[in-house]
Design a binder for this molecule. Structure first.
Ligand code: CU
Length: 511
């Protein structure tokens, strides 16, 4: 099959970049006396106050998309309509089943009316955003076909690449698989001033794997405990994705929105990855890694410098081989098999003025000595009992929680995810709803040590996280502070099939 080219001159991001460069501002919204495009250039420190509340409808419904040559593929799709707020609140991705990119500012209010036009219940989770429990997309708030639900939250998170996707009990895996997911990009003044590429050079890269039947239809054949592993990589919903590039620097916002597949991202020419951000936005400073591990639900931001390339040069983004124990469920390629992700092709010569900024953002480090349980971490032991992955021996219960799943608003705690029980050992990406966290420490047991060597240099633990990959035999301690909201949230494995099988629990933040 031929490569599908994605030209920066024909896509939505470059259109906006062009208009910005031309000083026009799409829609020429003049709030505060200045067009948007000029405000973002002249007043980077005062933008947030201009971010008018965004009001939109978000609809989930069956649709079709031309993904492979031949017949169109039936998909489920998020579409959004902006009712109020800045023009760029909603940016559809042409030629993709993915939901539109939602865009907001720290401090901005979002009112989103979700309309469920599927034939089953659903609910939307704003992955990584710390929002009130009633707007968090807890499975108990799922609504039936034909119903709607009003989400209302103000963005308290720092700038970063967040996600939105369905979260109904036992149905999340299939709904995301059918196409229901999108990026929620948050900006703030610090991030806008960091000196990173913008516009067409700020590129979202959503990585997913899929399986198709002979009629080009999605095949959701879950391989037992392995979850779903596809044999076709899609980037932004497109196979054989190729981005036509300038000889410039790029900011890549890479998100793993696959159900179960873990990627070990590396450059085809062996050059190191230069990381500028993770789940919760920018790092303090750029960090160099030989490769990057990215489990389902995780995001990473990369500085790609094409200044020394020539027109005609190409650069592959690959997933490199790594070893993880666990079942494959008969699905090939297995987790850890080498794969091509996408290609960057230099087609335009252009002068670049940006250089990699030595400083990116301020990260306020939690102090473990301030934690209420410094020497007694709250442990979440992953185990298999009766053929089901469990958290502290338990499966998901819709409305109840145990005493050891209660925390207090305002407390800083040490949480420890332990993936070192005997029995079936495989990777689990652990995700918390509510506040983000910081990684304190990782340890590996002797049985897992050999496999660990194939992944350990690819963790990005330097910044804010909401999803953390835990290898077989590994224990990860994180620092988490319950800052903003009290109420009922969930924590769970972001292998979506594991989550659907019950590897999820409530936790309660006492006011
Ligand atoms: Cu899992």
């Amino acid at each position: 099959m031929g490569k599908r080219r994605v030209s920066p001159q024909s896509d939505v991001w470059s259109r906006r970049a062009f208009l910005r460069a031309a000083g026009l501002g799409v829609g020429a919204v003049a709030v505060g006396g200045l067009p948007r495009a000029l405000r973002s250039q002249i007043l980077p420190g005062t933008i947030a106050q201009y971010a008018r509340p965004a009001r939109l409808t978000l609809t989930a419904a069956p649709s079709t998309e031309q993904i492979l040559p031949g017949g169109a593929t039936n998909v489920w799709r998020f579409t959004a309509q902006r009712l109020a707020g800045p023009y760029d609140t909603v940016t559809p991705i042409p030629g993709s089943y993915l939901g539109p990119i939602l865009r907001g500012w720290k401090g901005q209010r979002f009112q989103i009316r979700f309309q469920n036009n599927l034939s089953e219940e659903s609910v939307v989770h704003w992955h990584g955003l710390d929002v009130p429990p009633s707007s968090d997309g807890h499975p108990r708030n799922a609504i039936g076909p034909g119903s709607f639900y009003n989400y209302d939250f103000t963005i308290v998170n720092r700038a970063g690449t967040y996600l939105y996707h369905p979260h109904p009990d036992m149905l999340t895996g299939e709904q995301v698989f059918r196409g229901l997911a999108g990026l929620f990009i948050v900006h703030d003044a610090e991030e806008r001033a960091a000196g990173l590429p913008k516009g067409a050079c700020d590129v979202p890269i959503v990585i997913q794997d899929r399986r198709f039947d002979v009629g080009n239809q999605f095949l959701y054949n879950v391989g037992g405990m392995a979850g779903f592993l596809g044999d076709q990589i899609l980037v932004n919903g497109v196979p054989n994705y190729e981005l036509e590039c300038y000889t410039r620097a790029y900011r890549l916002r890479i998100a793993n929105v696959s159900n179960s597949r873990v990627y070990k991202l590396g450059w085809g020419d062996g050059s190191p990855m230069i990381v500028v951000g993770s789940d919760g936005g920018l790092l303090e400073s750029p960090v160099e890694k030989p490769y990057l591990m990215l489990a389902p639900g995780e995001r990473v931001e990369v500085w790609l410098d094409l200044r020394n390339k020539k027109v005609g040069d190409e650069l592959l983004l690959k997933s490199l081989q790594f070893s993880a124990q666990g079942p494959s469920g008969g699905q090939l390629p297995v987790n850890g098999a080498p794969l091509d992700i996408m290609n960057f092709k230099v087609v335009y010569q252009q002068q670049e003025t940006l250089v990699l900024p030595p400083y990116l953002s301020q990260i306020d480090r939690y102090d473990v000595n301030q934690a209420v349980n410094r020497d007694n971490p709250r442990v979440f032991q992953i185990s298999v009992v009766d053929g089901m992955f469990r958290l502290n021996g338990r499966l998901f219960e819709m409305k109840s929680w145990e005493p050891d799943e209660e925390v207090r608003l305002g407390d800083l705690e040490v949480w420890e995810f332990r993936n070192d029980s005997s029995g079936m050992r495989m990777i689990h990406p652990m995700h918390t709803h509510g506040p983000p966290f910081q990684v304190l420490e990782r340890t590996i047991d002797s049985m897992g040590a050999a496999n660990y060597e194939t992944v350990r240099y690819g963790y990005v633990d330097e910044g804010w996280k909401d999803t953390i990959m835990v290898m077989p035999g590994e224990r990860v301690k994180v620092l988490i502070k319950f800052t903003h909201f009290s109420g009922l949230y969930v924590y769970h494995c972001h292998n979506l099939e594991h989550e659907d099988m019950g590897m999820m629990r409530n936790y309660y933040i006492n006011p």
